[in-house]
Design a protein around this ligand. Structure first.
Ligand code: CA
Length: 693
């Protein structure tokens, strides 16, 4: 696993079970389905169904923001990533933490009203590409919905947190999980899933919000033709695949972005990478509908249109980044558009009624996989040698020029705001011996060292920034460089402000029109999530989840800047707030002390390093220097001597350390132990720099 920075992906599977579609029910909570809900609440994932994350509130504005201070905070009992968008209604805040746990808090004081823990079995951690995270809940009437890491959709009574119904959305003998927030379309709850890195078949499902009955399911990739195709869309898609793709699931998981246009009754979602990552391992082809923006009719789940951002993806360019809707004047015509800053480095503007490609423009520097897009079709023109069987250094890396972190569009400035990353790199090496293994990662990446890795240090440094992008003029209006690579989700407000948290724990406010930083706060731990804003009793609050995990926090690659791992919390601000944060200490201050004298050959250490990169790094950190989870270099003697039981027999599965007994053996545990204890483990981090899953 070699990358300089990465992140990726997620998804589900189940049986085909179409319910008949009745007439759209009316009389639902109008406030929720409206595109202009009350300004003081935050009722939908993107505040409004267009996912603009723009708040009309302006008590906190460019003049008053200097007086913004914390009013309450609450520790969340985790060191993992916190990615949720809190929802707020009538003074109650609903959010999620690690392991799909739901919290209801008093939005004014932070007092806990109730909590719901779905008790996800910790051994499922081996199926997560990117931490035990959750991005939030959906509200509908008296119900609250959450998707869990074990593939369940749960409806809760929003007053008590008591479950009303549950739906098993996925076959969890496979590597499915849910990290994304459910969305509401009409009277349906829409949910996707994750797992394309491990080889599953992607789909999105619609459930009746009242009953929990499956209304429809749209698969994103075709299954085995011998079983018959579920739809014409699947039959068409199968023509773009070769070999026996279905044996590895196909991928294309809908692990994050889902958006709904009530006027068109179209549901939009982005799909992830194909399984395996590499085109040569899949037999070639465009592989529909992976790495695509897809629109289906919300009433029946039938395909309306699709636009594939990365045909035949070879670099983990999931098209799962936020999908923003707006009406823009393009070439003298008012167009209903949908926009996406894609992982692949291009900012797409499509007609959301028809899927017509309007524009696609590079929004970061360093893109090396494609030279440009065809101006008419938007199909990328690949650079030579980027998708063969040889090693290739590619930018952006699988973390993308932008990832899942929410973006905002301000109707006042007509700009899109997002955290962007320039010149990230990864050496892709398809493993010619790769075979699908349901118990292992299935990216198909060869984790052996290749000469190209040595050249990563010669590349321009990767840099992070807050970007203000004009989607009509197709250019940056301003870029505010950040000291870290990874910025979190953003929020734009009528106060002419843009808020952005970062992996170094700083939450900052910028003037929306010119990018001047006006305010900042040290939240003690890195930030990935987006802020939200709301009012209670006439006071405007700003609130966000603080917690550094996911790929940046767990892989903990070098070159990310002064990233801050630590305890997760929720923090809330208002004008005049003067509460003081006292973050508990985290991590090791001193170098590890050898607790076990081992004789190991250099070959053993080298093999241990390779195994670590393949199986351990995604939780315990690149070069065995951990981030959010235990740093194995500090293990006790007893733990080191017990590694066979822990790793092969799963004796700590109940706390999240799964068994690797199906893929590792006792000799390999010896190699891993030798590597963890080797003085080179930390320095190997430098060599491991551009490695990832
Ligand atoms: Ca992916």
């Amino acid at each position: 696993m070699l990358i300089r920075h990465v992140s990726s992906c997620l998804f589900l599977l189940a049986f085909l079970g179409f319910a008949s579609w009745g007439a759209l029910k009316t009389g639902n909570d109008k406030q929720l389905s409206s595109t202009d809900p009350s300004a003081g609440d935050w009722l939908l994932y993107g505040r409004t169904s267009d996912d603009q994350r723009f708040s009309p509130l302006s008590q906190i504005n460019e003049q008053t923001v200097a007086n913004l201070g914390m009013v309450w905070s609450r520790e969340m009992g985790t060191t993992r990533g916190l990615e949720a968008t809190p929802l707020v209604q009538h003074g109650v805040l609903y959010t999620t933490g690690s392991w799909s746990v739901v919290y209801a808090l008093d939005a004014k004081t932070g007092k806990q009203l109730w909590t719901y823990d779905p008790q996800v079995k910790r051994e499922r951690a081996k199926f997560f590409c990117c931490d035990a995270v959750n991005r939030g809940v959906a509200l509908y009437g008296d119900r609250l919905f959450v998707g869990t890491l074990d593939g369940t959709l749960v409806a809760l009574d929003k007053r008590t947190g008591a479950p009303v119904w549950t739906a098993n959305t996925a076959d969890i003998t496979k590597a499915y999980s849910i990290t994304g927030a459910p969305r509401i379309a009409g009277d349906r709850v829409i949910i996707g899933n994750a797992g394309a890195e491990n080889g599953v078949r992607g789909y999105v499902s619609a459930y009746d919000a009242e009953t929990g009955k499956l209304a429809w399911r749209f698969y994103t990739v075709p299954g085995n033709p011998a079983d018959g195709f579920e739809s014409k869309a699947m039959e068409d898609a199968a023509k773009t695949w070769h070999g026996e793709w279905w044996t590895a699931g196909g991928g294309g998981t809908v692990w994050d972005a889902i958006a709904y246009d009530p006027a068109l009754d179209l549901l939009y979602f982005g799909t992830g990478n194909a399984s395996a990552w590499y085109r040569t391992l899949r037999g070639g082809g465009d592989n529909l509908y992976t790495a695509s923006i897809v629109a289906v009719h919300a009433r029946n789940g039938e395909l309306a249109w699709h636009f594939q951002t990365t045909p035949g993806d070879n670099w983990d360019y999931d098209a799962t980044q936020p999908l923003l809707q707006a009406d823009l004047n393009i070439a003298g015509q008012l167009r209903k558009v949908i926009m996406q800053p894609n992982k692949n480095g291009f900012f797409y503007v499509l007609d959301r009624a028809t899927g017509e490609f309007l524009s696609g423009t590079a929004y970061v520097s360093g893109i090396s996989w494609a030279t440009s897009l065809d101006p008419k079709t938007g199909r990328p023109i690949e650079a030579p040698g980027v998708a063969g069987s040889e090693a290739a250094m590619i930018s952006p890396d699988p973390g993308g020029a932008h990832n899942w972190n929410p973006t905002a569009f301000s109707p006042a400035t007509r700009l899109v705001y997002l955290s962007a990353k320039n010149s990230t790199q990864m050496v892709h090496v398809p493993d010619p011996k790769w075979k699908y293994d349901p118990n292992s990662h299935n990216e198909g990446l060869d984790s052996h060292e290749v000469p190209l890795h040595a050249k990563l240090d010669d590349m321009p440094p990767s840099t992070g920034e807050l970007l203000a992008w004009d989607p009509v003029a197709r250019k940056a209006v301003w870029r505010a460089p950040t000291p870290v690579l990874d910025g979190g989700g953003v929020l734009a407000t009528a106060g002419n402000l843009v808020f952005q948290g970062r992996s170094d724990g700083i939450l900052a406010a910028y003037r929306a029109t010119d990018g001047k930083q006006l305010w900042s706060f040290d939240a003690g731990t890195g930030i990935m999530a987006p802020p939200v804003t709301y009012t209670v009793d006439g006071v405007q609050y700003l609130c966000l989840m603080v917690g550094m995990g996911g790929v940046p926090g767990l892989y903990h690659f070098p070159g990310q800047g002064p990233i801050k791992i630590g305890h997760g919390r929720i923090v809330t601000f208002a004008l005049g707030g003067n509460a003081v944060l006292h973050p508990p200490a985290f991590g090791h201050q001193d170098p590890p002390v050898p607790v076990l004298a081992l004789k190991a050959s250099p070959q053993q250490v080298q093999e241990g390093a390779r195994l670590f990169s393949t199986y351990c790094m995604q939780c315990h950190g690149a070069g065995a220097v951990a981030g959010a989870l235990p740093d194995l270099r500090y293990s006790s003697k007893e733990t080191l001597l017990d590694m066979e039981n822990i790793v092969l027999r799963g004796t700590r599965a109940s706390v999240g350390m799964p068994s690797f007994g199906t893929v590792l053996n006792a000799k390999q545990i010896g190699d891993l132990r030798a590597y963890i204890l080797s003085p080179g483990a930390e320095s190997a981090k430098a060599a491991e720099k551009p490695r990832t899953p």
